[in-house]
Design a binder for this molecule. Structure first.
Ligand code: UD1
Length: 421
């Protein structure tokens, strides 16, 4: 049965909220568990439907998985299929990340072209170019990609764009290749560093993650016993709660966060007159009532630029700021799905090519709206916190993909959200 949120107007959010493990870090690490026969232990694993979808895919390939709280036990010693199912991969774009590990460890993988959030065309050409450079034969037919190679060979690979997924998939393939791989113009995201740390924990030799050149010395097998890895905090979840504090003109402390990872969001919040105090592993976001929230322009960019995954949430905030803001989306085409819905709530936004021009309004109004994807859905929840009258949001399964208990955690801060069928 489809569920929806009913959100009543609320005042300033107040209190503290703890951030869970990162969705975008755990998904590649789960895929990377295929690379070793040794059982692995992952900690700080978030409870999300995307994590369930990735686990179901791993299980369908023969990986055994068990959970205890936020700890996950994985054992890929019995992998018995190299064909990923269309139904499971269709649920989640990140499931294409099983291709690199299967190819590297077993010499073959057949994976359908991926699904996931409907934001732009999202091809996988850079992943495949990387596998081909490592010596794999690539075959496309009927919507499936088959890659095969007896053993991959290290190579120098320059990515045309610093794609997060391509960097991860190629890194995972290269750890078991013969010789050295140098990956240039690769992604710098903190999730790449987390994956490299996991690969090194299981016996890989990866250096330079977090810069735009990663060097990987291939090893014949990854056989470190009892590897254990803790997933980094989710910087997008943290950023979303930071914007929730700002849009409600509240005072919220966000704990279990790495302040460095949310710097671009912190900088923008300060620019629009929100106060942000950074501590070692927590951040306080609050408003000085004598300061109006003012307009600002922003452009999404690969890390350490402003994250595309925070663009929609920031659009909600800027819709309530004084003046005109321009948001330019450079990472994805077609990632302004929230605009039509925000306009139903009284926002004044015009799209011109890859930019959205936002005229701030003093209040939004509640309306019936639909979440079209994960971050667009989060943006609507944030807008509803600042709206007069109730807001009804359908399509909230998209929000559950990336936020565990979003509604009850916001309610603990003073929001009024109910979940109905
Ligand atoms: C990851 C994140 C997603 C985030 C995005 C950008 C995960 C599970 N998801 O997605 O939340 O929004 O990074 O920060 O980590 N591209 C190509 N060819 C390719 C691959 C990508 O043209 O082979 C293009 C895409 O269409 C897009 C851009 O590169 O326009 C960025 O995509 P990419 O960095 O690969 O994002 P994902 O890894 O899919």
């Amino acid at each position: 049965m489809a569920e929806k949120f009913i959100i009543q107007p609320c005042g300033a959010l107040r209190g503290a909220v703890e951030i869970y493990g990162s969705k975008n870090a755990v998904l590649p690490v789960l895929a990377a568990s295929i690379l070793t026969e040794q059982p692995c232990i992952l900690q700080n694993v978030p409870n999300l439907s995307d994590v369930d979808a990735m686990t179901a895919l791993l299980e369908s390939l023969g990986v055994r998985s068990r959970s205890e709280g936020d700890t996950r036990f994985l054992d890929a010693s019995g992998v018995n299929s190299l064909d990923a199912s269309y139904e499971l991969v269709g649920k989640l774009r990140a499931s294409f990340l099983v291709m690199g590990p299967l190819l590297a460890r077993f010499g073959r993988a057949k994976v359908p072209l991926p699904g996931g959030c409907a934001i732009g065309s999202r091809p996988v050409d850079l992943h495949l170019k990387g596998f081909a450079a490592l010596g794999a034969d690539i075959d496309h037919s009927h919507g499936f990609v088959t890659a095969s190679a007896k053993r991959l060979k290290g190579a120098k690979i320059y990515l045309d764009f610093p794609s997060v997924g391509a960097t991860e998939n190629i890194m995972m393939a290269a750890v078991l290749a013969e010789g050295q791989t140098i990956l240039e113009n690769c992604a710098n995201e903190p999730e790449i560093v987390d994956l490299a740390n996991f690969l090194n924990t299981i016996g890989g030799k990866v250096r330079g993650a977090g810069t735009d050149a990663i060097k990987i010395e291939g090893v014949p097998r990854l056989d470190v016993k009892n590897p254990r890895h803790s997933i980094i905090p989710d910087r997008i979840e943290a950023g979303t709660f930071m914007v929730a504090a700002a849009i409600s003109r509240g005072d919220v402390t966000i704990t279990n966060v790495t302040p460095d990872h949310v710097k671009p969001v912190t900088a923008k919040l300060k620019e629009v007159n929100i106060c942000v105090e950074e501590n070692e592993d927590s951040i306080r976001v609050f408003c000085d009532p004598s300061h109006k929230i003012i307009a600002s322009d922003l452009k999404t960019l690969p890390y350490p630029g402003f994250p595309t995954d925070m663009q929609a949430q920031f659009m909600s905030l800027l819709s309530t700021a004084e003046g005109t803001s321009v948001i330019t989306e450079t990472v994805f085409e077609n990632r302004f799905m929230q605009v039509g819905e925000l306009k139903r709530m009284g926002a004044e936004i015009k799209i011109e090519s890859r930019s959205a021009i936002i005229e701030g309004v003093s209040r939004l109004t509640g309306a019936q709206v639909a979440a079209s994807d994960l971050r667009a859905g989060a943006a609507l929840v944030l807008a509803a916190l600042r709206a007069d009258g109730p807001t009804e949001i359908s399509g909230i399964h998209h929000i559950d993909r990336g936020y565990d208990n979003f509604d009850s955690r916001l309610n603990k801060l003073g929001a009024s959200i109910t979940r109905e069928e």
